[in-house]
Design a protein around this ligand. Structure first.
Ligand code: SAM
Length: 281
């Protein structure tokens, strides 16, 4: 029989020899999930013994983490904004920086009349579902080029009881022609192809390439989103984009070419310019 203390010790040791940057915390999170307890509880209950089935599950989680699999994929869940989302390796794991996109978008959406919002490249659905949870007048549309991602987004919409307010389409943005929107939001893939190989192993080894790769200069999908938004937005409608830390000027120029008025550029927690808001004129 093994207790929490000895399992955490072993798990920490294995992960410390792997590439994990936070081996102790990783082991604690994995064990707390196996036991369905919060982190504080497992630290207080260190002498508590585990049954064999929980021991086996924990060991398997540690083995997967050792080979770089992100905790969110192992546990099949990720917190984003104020909510829990189901995730698997068909979708990008929602990032804290993307919460800035939600925060800025909410400032543009008051709760008076119906607002039609399109999320391009919805992935797990984390953006549109968070927005719809906060604004009961929001009617959402979410598209993704990946069928498998869309399946995950629908699981999340069902979990949040939003299937009646969000429509999902499997489509590339350039082939999407449905509707006119008050606001379009997008966190498209924006990493330059040449930079993909410098990403952490946890990312490039596990997250879907289609959610990361932005083509040669990183703006391949961004460009499509901007072009398409200029016809899908109502006049005065807003476009909220997540961009790479060094893409501000490139994206500003693409927006100006399509006659968008640039309202605001917002920095992320690391002080990088991460979100750009523009209006269709
Ligand atoms: C960076 S991920 C963002 C996922 C999610 N919105 C989020 O913020 O966590 C980009 C998403 O765009 C999708 N995508 C890539 N190219 C696309 C295209 N041409 N049209 C529509 N979606 C696309 C990918 O499948 C992926 O789900």
């Amino acid at each position: 029989m093994l207790n929490i203390n000895s399992l955490l010790f072993d798990g920490h040791k294995i992960l410390a020899e792997s590439h994990s940057k936070t081996p102790k915390l990783d082991a604690e999170i994995l064990l707390s999930s196996v036991l369905n307890k919060d982190l504080k509880e497992i630290i207080i209950e260190k002498k508590h013994y585990l049954n064999q089935s929980n021991i086996n599950t924990f060991k398997e989680f540690i083995r997967r983490r050792k080979y770089g699999e992100p905790i969110a994929y192992i546990l099949k869940k990720k917190e984003f904004w104020k909510y829990n989302f189901y995730v698997d390796n068909n979708v990008l794991i929602p990032r804290p920086d993307t919460e800035i996109i939600v925060e800025e978008t909410l400032k543009l959406l008051n709760n008076d009349k119906k607002k039609f919002v399109l999320d391009v490249g919805t992935g797990s659905g984390c953006i549109i579902i968070s927005l719809a949870n906060e604004r009961s007048n929001l009617m959402g549309t979410a598209i993704d080029i990946s069928k498998k991602a869309l399946k995950v987004a629908k699981i999340n919409a069902k979990m949040h009881q939003l299937l009646n307010r969000i429509k999902f389409y499997n489509s590339s943005v350039d082939n999407f022609f449905k509707g006119k929107y008050d606001l379009i939001v997008s966190n498209p893939p924006y990493i330059r192809n040449l930079e993909l190989k410098y990403l952490d192993r946890d990312i490039i080894g596990f997250e879907p390439l289609v959610s990361l790769s932005g083509g040669l200069d990183g703006s391949f999908v961004l460009n499509k989103v901007i072009k398409k938004s200029s016809s899908l937005l109502k006049i005065g409608g807003k476009l909220v984009l997540e961009i790479g830390f060094d893409q501000k000027y490139k994206v500003m120029s693409l927006l100006k070419k399509k006659e968008f008025y640039i309202n605001k550029i917002v920095k992320d927690y690391a002080n990088n310019e991460r979100c750009i808001i523009a209006t269709k004129t």
